[in-house]
Design a protein around this ligand. Structure first.
Ligand code: AQP
Length: 355
């Protein structure tokens, strides 16, 4: 690999890109086992994972525990969260027979390919990642190197399976673009269309669920305020209370969704309702226009409880048998490795490594 090729600044325009359609459809995605699954993870990601599984595609869903380590995790909490997230996947409708469910730490090919991608990705690309800027905050010097190189590991998670489609929430769009840049640059540097141009799948009414306390901030597992989010493990009373206390404005709901352009908190609650009910925001507006929040919030809480309580009950049941969860993860990892190992081996050969 020459320096001239290696420093090319716009790999997306390279000739040797490989369009996703020329690779068989394979879906990959993941969630970090940090804290507890929240409603944004469910509507933006896990619910979509289930849809793609049920559409008959080949699907791999990972618990990205190595990503979680990019910020401090208490070891006991990480173990609990890994099993709880697996339980959350299954309780939401992922079937370990239909989808490959596994945790990243058990498939070393992810980190092995990540090293190659660390050497392909450019400092400038990583420096532009908004997730790093948000998570590192003002104290950037003290952020882990892992947080900075997170997108290279994410590119490896996806490309080690030649995954063609990745269902994610809107916040992950930039990382998928970087994955495409990494694939294009690798293909160009080594003059072979080896990696696919993966497509993000960002669909549904709730691709960006916002905090219940601040309609301009993403709902997040690690927000210090528990009132900012609905956890999948919250009971009915807690869900009702969180929606009751959700920040809104004094006006009633208008006729059209477009009229909510300047009302982020109200827009967020409508998006959540649409995501939970699996209907369009226009259909929600037709049902609820004219209502005050005192009327709409209990209605939203009832819908959330109806959709989420069967999931939390099932999660609780699954969590009583951690050995079975570990068995599912070990079995998934074995199946995942069977796909990843030959792709990593070929990558090494392409780069000239003697393996
Ligand atoms: N608020 C959200 N709305 C829609 N989708 C969301 N996702 C996360 N938050 C929202 C989607 O969930 C998937 C898994 O996310 P992750 O665990 O890998 O990390 P994240 O995006 O950083 O999620 P959190 O909840 O904010 O976790 P922490 O606080 O640990 O960083 C992704 O597809 C994401 O888009």
């Amino acid at each position: 690999m020459t320096d001239a090729v290696h420093t090319q600044s716009n790999p997306a325009t390279a000739d040797l890109t490989a369009d996703a359609p020329s690779f068989p459809k394979r879906v990959f995605s993941g969630v970090q086992p940090t804290n507890r699954l929240q409603l944004g993870n469910y509507l933006g990601a896990v619910k979509r994972f289930v849809d793609m599984q049920n559409s008959g595609a080949e699907t791999l869903y990972c618990i990205v525990d190595l990503h979680a380590l990019s910020v401090w995790q208490d070891p006991a909490d990480l173990t609990r969260a890994t099993r709880e997230l697996t339980a959350g996947y299954i309780a939401s409708g992922l079937d370990p027979e239909k989808s490959i469910l596994f945790n990243q730490a058990r498939v070393p090919e992810h980190t092995q390919l990540a090293w190659i991608f660390n050497c392909v990705a450019r400092m400038g690309w990583m420096s532009r990642m908004t997730q790093f800027k948000d998570k590192a905050g003002k104290n950037r010097e003290n952020a882990s190197v892992g947080l900075f190189t997170y997108p290279a590991l994410m590119a490896a998670d996806i490309l080690v399976y030649h995954a063609t489609h990745v269902p994610v929430g809107d916040d992950q769009k930039q990382h998928i673009e970087l994955t495409r840049d990494v694939a294009a640059k690798f293909n160009n540097d080594f003059k072979t269309p080896f990696f696919p141009m993966t497509e993000p799948v960002i669909e549904g009414a709730a691709t960006r669920v916002m905090s219940l306390r601040d309609g301009t901030k993403k709902m997040s597992k690690s927000d210090p305020s528990d009132m900012s989010r609905i956890n999948l493990t919250d009971d009915a009373d807690t869900i009702a209370q969180k929606f009751r206390k959700a920040r809104t404005d004094p006006d009633p709901l208008p006729e059209t969704f477009a009229e909510l352009a300047e009302r982020p908190e109200a827009r967020n609650l409508i998006n959540i309702y649409a995501g939970l009910a699996d209907i369009s925001v226009d259909a929600v507006m037709a049902e609820v226009s004219g209502q005050a929040f005192s009327e709409f919030k209990p209605r939203l809480a009832d819908l959330a409880v109806a959709k989420l309580s069967p999931i939390s009950t099932e999660m609780e049941r699954l969590m009583r048998d951690p050995a079975e969860i570990d068995r599912i993860l070990a079995n998934g990892a074995e199946r995942a490795r069977a796909i990843a190992a030959p792709i990593l081996k070929r990558t090494y050969e392409i780069t000239g490594l003697v393996v």
